[in-house]
Design a protein around this ligand. Structure first.
Ligand code: DX5
Ligand code: ZN
Length: 215
């Protein structure tokens, strides 16, 4: 069974309390929290302050996806806000290994996020040091985009890299996940499905989460 991580970016921010209640009552495993800085991606979302509120509203795992430049300057802040998993983008980190060490030394699980054009081979030398690969299946910055089909090849390739070395690294797929394509994503080797619009814009979000979970 896949880990389901609804992305709060697609939630109704005027109704955050009931959105959190819905997630808590659902079979969702993680809260996926998208932080955007208007530099690394052409959009601005929210930061540690809001994550502190989400932390208080749930006992589920807080999976924070940083789409920001210089993430090392903020890692401690996100730890304090309550992040359990912190993912940084490989494209934003010339000293990626240092970022990973910092995240781990702060007591969080470390994730590395990959844009659609970034080859999975670029992870080779850090794969043994991380807990999660957040593979983008859309260009980061916005919810509600269509899944890029080539991602399925990248998932298979990464699955092989991980299994060959018997590593304990989860593959998370982020962007354009739907009830229709979820099965093919899991079959390709994904462990975690992020879903924003598919969950929050559906008529019955809890049921949609259960459908994704039971694929
Ligand atoms: C995109 C974010 C995603 C986004 C997914 O930059 O990283 O997590 O919220 O939204 P959907 O599932 O609607 O594509
Ligand atoms: Zn994300």
């Amino acid at each position: 069974m896949a880990i389901i991580a609804p992305s709060l970016l697609a939630a109704d921010f005027l109704k955050l309390e009931s959105e959190c209640k819905m997630l808590n009552e659902s079979v969702a495993d993680w809260y996926h929290l998208d932080v955007m800085d208007g530099h690394f991606v052409p959009n601005i979302s929210f930061g540690p302050m809001l994550i502190e509120f989400f932390r208080k509203a749930t006992t589920k795992v807080c999976d924070v996806h940083l789409m920001i430049e210089e993430p090392g300057n903020y890692a401690e802040m996100f730890k304090k806000a309550g992040a359990d998993i912190l993912s940084v983008h490989i494209e934003a980190c010339p000293h990626l290994h240092r970022n990973i060490q910092q995240i781990k030394s702060l007591g969080m699980q470390a994730g590395v996020a990959l844009n659609p054009h970034t080859p999975v081979e670029s992870l080779k030398d850090v794969l043994a040091d991380i807990d999660l690969v957040c593979m983008m299946s859309v260009n980061p910055g916005f919810g509600g985009q269509s899944f890029i089909p080539h991602t399925l090849h990248k998932i298979k390739q990464l699955r092989e890299m991980i299994d060959e070395r018997a590593l304990n690294v989860k593959i998370e797929i982020d962007g354009g996940v739907t009830v229709e394509n979820a099965k093919s994503i899991i079959d390709a080797g994904a462990d975690v499905l992020v879903a924003g619009n598919t969950v929050f814009k559906s008529k019955d979000p809890k049921a949609t989460i259960a459908t994704l979970k039971n694929m």
